[in-house]
Write a protein that binds this ligand. Structure first.
Ligand code: NDP
Length: 451
């Protein structure tokens, strides 16, 4: 059980534990943020008095609903849908939808809580939200996916809107799912608005949204290496976990920047390719065929497939980019990376490193880019998609990519400066939490308690 120096923070945390029993992912996310806020609480009694932290750890609204749909065999299936509207102090709720069997209240609340800080870091006007379902899209036909998405939106539509709450994709929710969700929203509301981001280009989507999280992760990593070590991604050996949207575009940008990516995985196992991953093969398997990563080793001579994911972290690399799921790097994996001389870890996924793993990286001088900062590129370009929708105008790929680059560089500097200012130099976890927190806190204080 964690203990805080500040009695006030201890009280806030104890209340969160009592109110959210058994919600381990949510408690893990709250604990990390509260630990970072120790020096802020000491310097800003006004924020304590305004009850900012007490309010921030409690979502403004949590919606849970039944999603019933009919599968191809004519059977009725029932799933659970969620939307958490965590904080709207700086803009409409914004955050993705995740379809995965592991989705539950705790996962949605951890993701929604983190999203508030991440969105604040982008400097765009977006509050924090998240949603999803325990529906598993794997192995479902396109028609089943469509019926599920339509049923999901038939409830969700009454809670969202372009100035209220703007969902996007996340794990298991890509362009196909966003299309079905958007179609149903439009039918129900009879309006064509920017209520979702990650839309197809011809339906109000933004160029570079597909690439944004992965590219942004590399822009952040490049800046971190350059400013903190006078180095770059060029010539480095890289491991990327996952083989979904974030992973694929992280690999693409890492390769463009001159790195050699040698391994990737999906939830069954990992591929190791000492000659460097051939991304066109991965894209064909994952984006076109929706197949398994094991196929890669059958198609690319010299590569190997290993059943199970854990072994990937034992491969020697300079940079590790976890881009799959929460808690995929535990203490053992972190130690293996350190023993093999890893110099930087940047999180593409949300909360992929356990607190023990982060401690190992930090104690061993590994540069560590936390998810809230390092993977904010996706939501940043979602914010730019909202701007383009409001203007009824679109920017070119290069324009969006260049804004994304500037936002990621700026996020690195905000996190670095906040860490410095509050006596935690070089600790980007604390810096990102503090910088995001202060932006939301000032808005909440200004808006008063009942807002
Ligand atoms: P995808 O669904 O496109 O890909 C997820 C990948 O992770 C798949 O390769 C999947 O394998 C793998 N995976 C899932 N669970 C596990 C597991 N338990 N063990 C090993 N591998 C696993 O999702 P995204 O790429 O969109 O998201 C990945 C991460 O990035 C998530 O944490 C998400 O919250 C985060 N993120 C995504 C953003 C976005 O813009 N999409 C923005 C910011 C963060 P399999 O196919 O076998 O399930």
């Amino acid at each position: 059980m964690v203990s805080f120096k500040s009695a006030y923070l201890q009280g806030v945390y104890d209340k969160v534990v009592a109110r959210n029993p058994g919600e381990s992912e949510f408690l893990q996310a709250v604990e990390e943020v509260l630990l970072s806020l120790e020096p802020v609480v000491a310097q800003r009694p006004d924020l304590v008095k305004a009850g900012i932290i007490d309010r921030m750890v409690e979502p403004e609204r949590f919606i849970q609903f039944r999603v019933s749909w009919v599968d191809d065999a004519g059977n009725v299936q029932v799933n659970r849908g969620f939307r958490v509207q965590f904080n709207s102090a700086i803009g409409p709720y914004k955050g993705g939808l995740r379809f995965h069997p592991s989705v539950c209240a705790s996962v949605i609340k951890f993701l929604g809580f983190e999203q508030c800080f991440k969105n604040a870091l982008t400097t765009l006007p977006m509050g924090g939200g998240k949603g999803g379902s325990d529906f598993d899209p794997k192995g479902k036909s396109d028609n089943e996916i469509m019926r599920f998405c339509q049923s999901f939106m038939t409830e969700l539509y009454r809670h969202i809107g372009p100035d209220t709450d703007v969902p996007a994709g996340d794990m298991g929710v890509g362009a196909r799912e966003i299309g079905f969700l958007f179609g149903q929203y439009k039918r129900l509301r009879n309006e064509f608005t920017g209520v979702l981001t990650g839309k197809a280009i011809g339906s109000g989507g933004s160029l570079a949204r597909t690439q944004a999280t992965g590219y942004g992760l590399l822009y952040f990593t490049q800046e971190m290496l350059s400013k903190l070590k006078g180095d770059s991604v060029q010539g480095k050996t890289v491991i990327v976990s996952g083989s979904g949207n974030v992973a694929i575009y992280a690999v693409e940008k890492a390769q463009e920047l001159g790195a050699k990516v040698v391994a990737m995985y999906d939830s069954n196992g990992y591929v190791y390719d000492p000659n460097g991953i051939q991304l066109d093969v991965v894209k064909q398997i994952k984006e076109v065929e929706r197949g398994r990563i094991s196929e890669y080793a059958k198609r690319v001579p010299g590569s190997e497939y290993h059943e199970g994911c854990k072994g990937i972290w034992k491969i020697k690399c300079d940079i590790a980019l976890p881009c799959a799921t929460q808690n995929e790097i535990d203490a053992e994996a972190a130690q293996a990376l350190v023993d093999n001389g890893v110099m930087a870890v940047a999180e593409g996924a949300n909360m992929p490193s356990t607190p023990e793993a982060i401690e190992i990286f930090q104690k061993n001088g590994v540069l560590f880019g936390p998810a809230k900062a390092a993977n904010a590129g996706g939501v940043a370009v979602s914010g730019l998609e909202m701007s383009q929708n409001s203007m009824r105008y679109s920017w070119t790929f290069e324009e969006v990519d260049s804004k994304l680059h500037d936002i990621m560089v700026n996020i690195f500097h905000s996190a670095e400066q906040a860490a410095d200012q509050f006596g935690m130099k070089g600790n980007l976890v604390a810096g990102a939490n503090i910088a995001g927190f202060l932006k939301i806190a000032e808005a909440m204080k200004w808006q008063g308690v009942a807002y």
